[in-house]
Design a binder for this molecule. Sequence first.
Ligand code: PLP
Length: 361
Amino acid sequence: MSKLEPQPGIMEIALYQSGASSIDGVSDILKLSSNENPYGAGDAAKEAFRKAGQNLHRYPGTDHAKLRNAIAEVHGLNAAQIICGVGSDEVLQFVTQCFAGPGDEVIYTEHGFSMYPILAHACGATPIKVPERERVVDVDAILNACTARTKIVFIANPANPTGTMIGGNEVARLADGLPEGAILVHDGAYAEFVEGFDGGAALVESRENVIVTRTFSKIYGLGGLRVGWGYAPQAIIDVLNRVRQPFNLSDMQLVVAEAAIRDTDYVARCRADNARWRAWLAEALAELGIPSDTSCTNFILARFASEAEAHACDDHLKAQGIIVRRVGGYGLPHCLRITVGDESGCRRVAHAVKSFKEQAA
Ligand SMILES: *Cc1c(COP(=O)(O)O)cnc(C)c1O
């Protein structure tokens, strides 16, 4: 046994912690820990799911043409430059697997998404954590950290768990300032929550070194389906497709995702509803002395006076069946990340936080 040595980096990976979904002894659970859509999937996606499943003995298509064409139509993109994966996580994995290895550096930012260092380790590369400025991605700090070994820079924009965003000019400055041979990965898991935002697609059109990723897991309410996609220059897509397994997505995944992306009305309604209740929740918490940065996503990063207060509030919420996310692992021990629920969910959170504050006073 002792001769079995995993590849370099593998044993550096800390196992991913997902958001909890149950509490012992509590029945009326409100899960606000994984940035899921409180309304679930739209009717078109659910209908497609019901209809699918007649051909389980058949292998799915391998080129994902129908889904890629639908994505391209809806977003005004070139279908040939789209790649689909098992969640956007798989697309991110294709990028690290193809473009980084032992001796290479993969940059991510101070409070960046936890998958980035995991994926860097998984391919044997060295993850490099760069500071942010007041919970916002700092382009200059990233550019200063770049070396000849930098192969990939990951940013989520808007970001998780901070909810903050940088503007298109800043992203362009970052892409243009990277060393030769380095790729910018612009993770747009929350892009749909920003009205009119192209998720960085225009940057791809005019550059060779940018890939943008998107997911069906957040606004589409399909986290359980596991579908995401990436958009990149043809040369990058042609590389990524070599490591993509031919049958990485089932027919079920493909047809449901296609129905979801065409249901643009549902997305618009969810975006509007999220914006409304996000503002309401942020204000309700601010009135209780708990500030948050203006969020561009479907969650709020609530900042408490201390780690102890954040944990005490989390315990209080849990006792009432409300599950939110501790983010100490993201370097934010005094914060809790709270997904924006529907109206009753937001009211329930505000009410519970208020009772926490009153009980502490
Ligand atoms: C949720 C999330 C994803 C999406 O992951 P999937 O694999 O598509 O479910 C990607 N990046 C960030 C920053 C996220 O928060």
